[in-house]
Design a protein around this ligand. Structure first.
Ligand code: ADP
Length: 162
C-alpha cells in the first residue's frame, strides 16, 4: 500500500493546498496531511489551530477522510514514523522550484528511501499563497474565493476584520 505525507505550514490552508490534496489522493492509496513547525517562519495560527483548520477545511471540501497530524521535527522522520514512501509538495511558479529542489535533495540525503513527489497547481490557484490570503484579509478584502468558509471565519477572528 502506498502512503504519502503532505507536509507544510498551512498557515492557513487554502484552496491551492486542497487542490494538491485532491490530486495526490488519486495517486497514493493513503495521504496524510502533516502540519509542521518551521522555526524560520512566524505563523499567524498556532500549530494546533492550523491542524484543526486543515481538518475542518478538508471536511468542508468533502475530504474528511484525509487524516491531519502535527509534527515537530524533520519531515523525513515524519514520513518514516508513519510508514510513508513519499513526501508530497505543490509547485506553483518557477519561484517555488529553487527552494523545493534544494529541500528535496536535502531530504533525499537525510533519507534516501523517501521520494519527494511534486504536483502542479491548477492554473486558477497558481498565484495563491497563505501569505497573500492573510495580507488581503488584513486589509479587509474578500478571500472567499481562496479559502473555505471555516478558514475565512478564523482569519476574521484572528485579524479582527469582518
Ligand atoms: P511551507 O512552509 O512548507 O512551504 P506552505 O503551507 O506554504 O508550507 O506550503 C506547503 C506546500 O504547498 C508547498 O509545497 C507549497 O509549494 C504548496 N502550495 C502552497 N500554495 C499552493 C497553491 N496555491 N497551489 C499548489 N501548491 C501550493
Amino acid at each position: 500500500m502506498s502512503k504519502a505525507i503532505y507536509p507544510g505550514s498551512f498557515d492557513p490552508i487554502t484552496y491551492g493546498h486542497i487542490d494538491v490534496v485532491q490530486r495526490a489522493r488519486k495517486v497514493f492509496d493513503e495521504l496524510i496531511v502533516a502540519v509542521v513547525t518551521n522555526p524560520q517562519k512566524q505563523t499567524l495560527f498556532t500549530l494546533e489551530e492550523r491542524r484543526e483548520l486543515c481538518e475542518r477545511a478538508l471536511e468542508e471540501a468533502g475530504l474528511g477522510d484525509v487524516p491531519v497530524i502535527t509534527w515537530d521535527g524533520l519531515v523525513v522522520d515524519c514520513a518514516k514514523h508513519h510508514g510513508a514512501i513519499a513526501i508530497v509538495r505543490g509547485l506553483r511558479a518557477n519561484s517555488d522550484f529553487e527552494r523545493e529542489f534544494q529541500m528535496a535533495l536535502t531530504n533525499r540525503d537525510l533519507n534516501g528511501e523517501v521520494e519527494s513527489v511534486f504536483f502542479m497547481t491548477s492554473a486558477e490557484y497558481s498565484f495563491l499563497s497563505s501569505s497573500l490570503v492573510k495580507e488581503i484579509k488584513s486589509f479587509g478584502g474578500d478571500v472567499s474565493r481562496y479559502v473555505p468558509r471555516v478558514v475565512e471565519a478564523a482569519l476574521a477572528r484572528k485579524l479582527r476584520k469582518p
